[in-house]
Design a protein. Sequence first.
Lengths: 417, 319
Amino acid sequence: MLRKLFIGTALATSFAFSAHAADVKEVQMLHWWTSGGEAAALNVLKQDLAKEGYAWKDVPVAGGGGDAAMTALKAMVAAGNYPTASQMLGYTVLDYAAAGVMGDLTETAKKEGWDKSVPAALQKFSVYDGKWVAAPVNVHSVNWLWINKAVMDKIGGTEPKTFDDFVALLDKAKAAGVIPLALGGQNWQEATMFDSVVLSTGGPEFYKKAMNDLDEESLKSDTMKKSFDNLAKLVTYVDPNFSGRDWNLATAMVIKGDALVQVMGDWAKGEFHAANKTPGTDFLCYRFPGTDGSVIYNSDMFGMFNVPDDRKAAQVALATATLSKSFQSAFNVVKGSVPARTDVPDTDFDACGKKGIADLKKANEGGTLFGSLAQGYGAPPAVANAYKDVVSKFVHGQIKTSDEAVTELVKAIDDAK
Amino acid sequence: MSTVAETQIKLTPEHDARPGATVRSRLQDLLPKIVLAPSFAATVVFVYGFILWTIYLSFTNSKTFPSYDITGARAYQRLWRWTFESDPPSSWYTSITNMGIFGFLYILICLALGLFLAILLDQKIRGEGVLRPIYLYPMALSFIVTGVAWKWFLDPGLGLEQTLHQWGWTSFHFDWIKNKDFVIYTVVIAGVWQASGFIMAMFLAGLRGIDGEIMKAAQIDGASTFQLYRRIVIPLLRPVFLSAFIVLAHLAIKSYDLVVALTSGGPGGSAWLPSNFMYEFTFKRNEMAVGSASAVIMLMTLTAIIVPYLYSELREKPR
């Protein structure tokens, strides 16, 4: 039925696209990695492919950001004009796979041993119905604290091990006249921080049940209420002007020393690097207090489309190059994330990267690697956004108590399922 | 146009005797239709066709991709339920109440301010040629530019508040853009700033079209300036009010980009308009059916306001 639509629209648009039909020796790639560091990281892949004789062609997307790219992808797929691959996130891969437009990389996966080297939690999104449909590029993790070392030394703080330690540390910063917590008041940032708070408050078992399995008992439990109370406590440490701030501006506050700490995914490290700061001497990276040993992840993937047979060779080359150890290392050193396979040597990574790789390996083996609900790896977009709504309304006062918050959360998630 | 075509048709029998001329006159008959056909077809497909398609989708269970199985009015039921969820406000409740506040204030203030500025400019003052474009130019900016500029201006840490604090007025406090209850009014401020100059230009054109003799006659009869405007000028400007209202109403209902650029949705989504709701649900949350249903409701609401108004305004015309 979806096919019917595709064919219909394809007829209408095939004329427009046939003028530049895909070259066999060409990799057509839809992505939104256009900023300096990301573009540089992607260049590594372009060069790897060029060595094998494949030309790289960016699919142009008007307007940056993932939303515009996803809208463009929808139109391309509807027109039957598949790119070789597209940057995709979590459930989007599964949606497209369910629509039957994704390719099959199982052979390549077998040959390269992806089943063993890629963490099982990631395979939930890159394997559909027993078939490999996407190549994971990296693993980001969101339960990090990013701390300005100079400020930390000034207030005489040490690494917080528990949530109470963390609150005590924030109090110290407040007493010293620094903004304790740098937060951008946009719903995804608030929810990303709340992911960590839930893991810290309830522990790994609870996080999995509530945020990945969406178990109703857990969602309305006292532990969840406690999590909301803890979030409310953290929000008392932000500056009054936080609402609507972009995440990189919040990171800049920590870099400049205006604020002590930001709770953010490891892409924040890119901002520190861009400002020529080194981990250990200028800034510190700790796991969110009480979450050491667990990793809340999200991951960028290259979804592979069901291209005609003559373009399959280019696709296989792209997938192989993407998951090669050399690219995984080179790309993730620049991007701030860690490799999507656990057998990549960590020699080129900085201290934070080394810790990230070790943590990922440990979490993968111990079964404490969980998808981030805020980043769309815990549940489908409808649920994830309903969750972000509730957290954001709680932070900004439309929802007033933690009792009300859990009731609303259960209702919203139920509604979106 | 139809009258032209009819007269041509009446003429054709006379030319029947000469075959060469028939082809030519036939072509002449058809030419306007041929020329108009592409734009007509485009409008039918891209406007009315897609309206019907959207209505159809709103009754399906479409998620990420359009689906064609009619599954009933579940999307509407959800919207209906959300309409009454005011504590804590559902996103839909926030969107429609914001639309009410924004639409009402935006149209009213733009009309009032536009008329006021036009009347002032119409006092035969010096330098009108310089002043008029100054008021008009904000309209030349896109909503994105307006949004970003006002975002910086209204940001307590960057703009007005910060500047006044530096000048020594430290008790000054203006954080509407960060306040969930007031953020929608900042959208009104930015919107009015952009559009009122254009409305002024419309009223100015209307004022220039009023016959000076009527004004003189009224003045001779002893009408005060206020009475002159109240009883004569403003009633004569009625067609301009109609045009201005239509322009403003459609700007109000489609101002999606202004909200995004100015507030990125506001604290906890408190600045959403129905257009934001529609985009968010259709493209970000993969709930295409709900997004379509909200679009249909927007269309219905707009129709319910514009159609009776157009009817009452245009009814007297056909003569």
